[in-house]
Design a protein around this ligand. Structure first.
Ligand code: ZN
Length: 208
């Protein structure tokens, strides 16, 4: 699966499963799901692995910048909520721990540690420590990545360090099914988000 496919599936799954009840929850959940949905692939070890790493880093910076911009432009209450639930010390130390986990994961074979349930649990716990509100979106995004990769031909070692792996061999990364999945997930994300924002608007103006 390409990064674009994972991004579309991860964000669509997050808005469908988490039902963000406010614009603040939508922004936090979508940004966290976007990062969670691509982070597993830091373990890609091909000639373009630097490109992959750059893409993941760029998306993380972009997601953080988008959250900051939306908070300062629309005063969604993210900063107030963050100060209540966490601290800058926790955010920074947690980020350094995530970097250490990713550095270890990058040294492991593709679709092993970074695509495993132990890594998912560990990273979700670290993200919870950083800022609890980020955890549901991140966790759903990362899990959706692992689930989508199961459809490919290369085995996913879900129970790392066990050598056992699973795959259903239904589609290839650039094949027809992947393209359909990307478009369908993108459409679902847009449709659900539009409905959610309509509900936010109607409830904010007292119409429902
Ligand atoms: Zn992957």
């Amino acid at each position: 699966m390409t990064g674009k496919t994972h991004l579309a599936i991860g964000t669509a799954t997050a808005v469908c499963l988490l039902h963000p009840g406010t614009p603040m929850e939508w922004v936090i959940g979508t940004a966290a799901a976007a990062v969670g949905s691509v982070i597993c692939d830091v373990d890609v070890s091909t000639s373009n692995s630097h490109e992959k790493l750059n893409q993941i880093s760029a998306l993380t910076v972009l997601a953080a910048a988008a959250v900051c911009f939306l908070e300062f432009r629309f005063h969604l209450g993210i900063l107030r909520n963050f100060n209540r639930q966490s601290s800058w010390f926790r955010l920074l130390t947690g980020f350094l721990i995530l970097l250490a986990i990713c550095t270890f994961g990058k040294s492991r074979p593709h679709r092993s540690f970074m695509h495993s349930i132990p890594c998912w649990l560990l990273m979700s716990a670290v993200v919870y420590y950083m800022y609890p509100a980020l955890m549901p979106g991140f966790s759903v995004g990362m899990l959706s990545h692992m689930a989508a990769d199961l459809l490919n031909r290369k085995k996913v070692r879900l129970l790392y360090p066990l050598k056992w792996g699973l795959c259903f061999d239904i589609c290839s990364s650039y094949g027809f099914v992947s393209r359909i999945l990307t478009r369908a997930a993108g459409a679902i994300f847009t449709a659900v988000s539009l409905v959610l924002f309509l509900i936010y608007f109607l409830s904010a103006t007292g119409r429902i």
